[in-house]
Every structure is written in C-alpha cells, then in structure tokens.
Design a protein. Structure first.
Lengths: 110, 110
DNA sequence: TCACATGTTCGCATTATTGCTAATGCCGGT
DNA sequence: ACCGGCATTAGCAATAATGCGAACATGTGA
C-alpha cells in the first residue's frame, strides 16, 4: 500500500481531514451528535409539556402514535429527521430553525 | 372533581387541532417545510463553498459520495436527517443548532 | 477539439426511520 | 386493591434515506 502521489485536490482534503478529525478522532463528532440528539429530544418534550399535551395528544396532532413520540423524546434516539421535526413544530404552531455554528476552536486548554 | 364527562382529553386535542390546522390547512405546514428544506440545502452549499471545497471533497470528509452531497444541496430534497447534518457539520468543524420558534404572532393565550 | 473538473441525475442495494399494535410499568384517585 | 391515564418498550411491516457507481451536462483551459 505505498502511498503514491495524489492530485492536489485530494491532498487538500487529506489536510482538512487531519485537521478536523485526526486530532481528536471521531469522538468529537460522536459526542456532539449525542448532545444534539439529547437536546432535540428534550426540546420536543419541553414543547409538548408546555403546550399541556400528553404524548398521545401530540401524536394525534402530528398524525402518529404515542410510541413514536416517546421514541423521539428519548435522548438516545439517533433517528431524528427534519420532516418529523417539522411535523411536530407545525402541530404546535412552531417552526424549526437550523443553524450551523462554529464549533469551539481547539481551545481545549485546561 | 369535576363532573364526569365524555372525554375531556380528546376534546382538548380537537380544539388544538382546529386552532392550528383547520384555520389555515396544512398548506402552512407544507410551505414551512419546503422553506426549511430549501434553507438547509442552501446552508450546506454555502458552508461547503465557504470552506473552499467541492462536493467530492466534502463527500470524502463526510464519508460519502458527491451524488449524496448534491442531493442534500438540492432545495427540493425532503429527506434531511439530523444525523447527516451532524456529519457534515463535524466535517466542517461546525455544529448543528436546532431551535423551535413560534411560527406566527404569539397566540393570545386563551 | 480535447481533456479535465465540477455539478447533476439515474438506478439500485443496503440500511434506517416510520407506523402500528400490544404489552408492561408506574403513579394517583376512588 | 382496583382502575384509569400516562409513559415506555418490544416487535414487525412498510416506507424512506443513505451508499454507491455510472453516466450526462456544462464550463474552462491547454
């Protein structure tokens, strides 16, 4: 597996890859994803409770069943889709806003 | 204890349903969803361009192919998942932030 | 014109989420 | 204890997104 010379474009990709991934492997991404999932689950639950609804009631508004809502409110759930989030938001007279914000620089100093 | 009625819970659901859906049918939700999809597609493309990457390069960083990135950057794509957004964000040293905001003017609390 | 890079679309296998029902646990009211 | 409502979990069928390769369209430069 000798690493033959590659094109410049590919090289740039490698550099980026090293910069963002190899430093702290995918743990950073995985951690961030877990946090995001937990956050979304919590937001859904909070929104529902604030509206004074049970899971069954929200499910009916959204057009699904309580078990589905329960799944979505579980912090370990990794299958959040924008479509479902929009359905829930619409049922509660909200809208989903998505933003990409810069992850903290590697100021992981103590 | 209030007098036993038929089904107060179901009634509340109906009221909410009427309040949020029947007034302006699901067009509002559909429109909002279309807008959200377009927004996400644009954000991904903008983020990628800002990073100076081609679709192929981003695909490699994310761990997929260019055709997938192309799909995600298409405004008509409806299949956005939080998992994929997080992967893209992580590859570009960003993180995804999701917020539920009220769709319209505050509903005068009844 | 040719070659190359980029973006786009198509088709299909794989994988995952959704949708649904039923069963279970848990708590509060009667 | 019983019952009712609520939340959670398990299982499975149906639907949808992903993954992947290949081909096509466009533009740019040699």
């Amino acid at each position: 597996m000798s690493k033959s010379k590659k094109s410049a474009t590919t090289d740039a990709v490698e550099i980026l890859h090293r910069r963002y991934y190899e430093g702290r492997p995918e743990r950073l991404a995985a951690l961030e994803e877990a946090r995001a999932n937990d956050s979304v689950a919590r937001k859904i639950a909070a929104l529902r409770v604030k509206a004074g609804l049970t899971q069954r009631q929200l499910a009916k508004l959204v057009g699904t069943t309580a078990s589905v809502i329960c799944r979505l409110e579980n912090a370990d759930y990794e299958g959040h889709s924008l479509a479902m989030l929009n359905r829930i938001a619409a049922a509660l007279n909200q809208r989903v806003e998505i933003r990409f914000v810069q992850a903290r620089e590697r100021v992981q100093h103590a």
